[in-house]
Write a protein that binds this ligand. Sequence first.
Ligand code: PMP
Length: 350
Amino acid sequence: MSNATSLNLAERLARPELLELEPYQSARRIGGRGDIWINANESPFNRTELARLNRYPECQPPELIEAYSKYSKVPAANIVCGRGADEAIELLIRAFCIPGRDSIAIFGPTYGMYGISAKTFNVGVNALSLTEDYALPDDIDGVKGCKLVFICNPNNPTGTVISVEKIEAVVKQLPEQLVVVDEAYIEFCPENSVAKLLESYPNLVILRTLSKAFALAGARCGFLMASTEVISIIMLVIAPYPVPLPVSTLAVNALSDDGISNMLADVELLEAQGKRLADELAELGATVVPSGANFVLAYFDDIATVSSGLKEAGIVARAYRDPRLLDAIRFSFTNEAETDQIVAALRNIL
Ligand code: PMP
């Protein structure tokens, strides 16, 4: 492992001490054969009807990985599941960034956890700016030297979408860095997924989640998709049993044909209500950012009045401290009845 010339890209980028580690035994433990299992200090007593919760789950439940592979059309060998996309962000930083030395690159305004995760591991954050229209800048020289380059697509909190071609150009431009495309909201604009590029680029990583379109935020289930080289490194740092058994059962169900139909129906409904809300906001004088996600960012002339009006109406929307977002509020799309109430409140306020 120490011969630098024989290392693959992921091994070259990984924290060097990780290459000395054996993958966790747990990743393979269920592969043993026998009738009496006394190897993991579990209880033999199953005290719940729910499932065999006295036993540890598999590290990577094969049914879950298979189900996500079928849904995403990405081979099972290129998928890792864990506790939401947030855990995947943390795993990437832990696996590839040397604390006190390495940095990640982000394009802001964007999702906060990239920066927070990096800082909690004493990893630097090179915060570059999206353009005025929230597009990726043409000049990305600033990301040179960063191990991980995060691109959120569609971007949270702006909802803006970056084309597959543009992302592919960045991936090509940075062959010795990992480009991490966070597709948490991709079900709301699936044609923009870069999943089809995975087989061509060992430096491309994609994050996915069941928290948004699949309506399972409370279950905490997400996926990291990448080359097998990157997956092997992630398997060195992942927790022994990241996905609780009931969660993988729920997730497999959500990824069944029926589950996917429900998800698609929900997406359609949310998009219709979101369009209604966005049109109404524009009509009422807000500046609305075109969105490819399940939320919309709107800028107001008098943000204080809008914020307090929403609060009084019992509507909890998201405001920001980022200087570029001080006059903006992000509204998540919701069902028809709640959209009616939000529209009524906004008409009252503006
Ligand atoms: N990425 C983005 C862009 C998000 O907005 C979120 C959640 N708000 C996440 C990742 C985290 O998703 P999860 O619930 O799967 O941890």
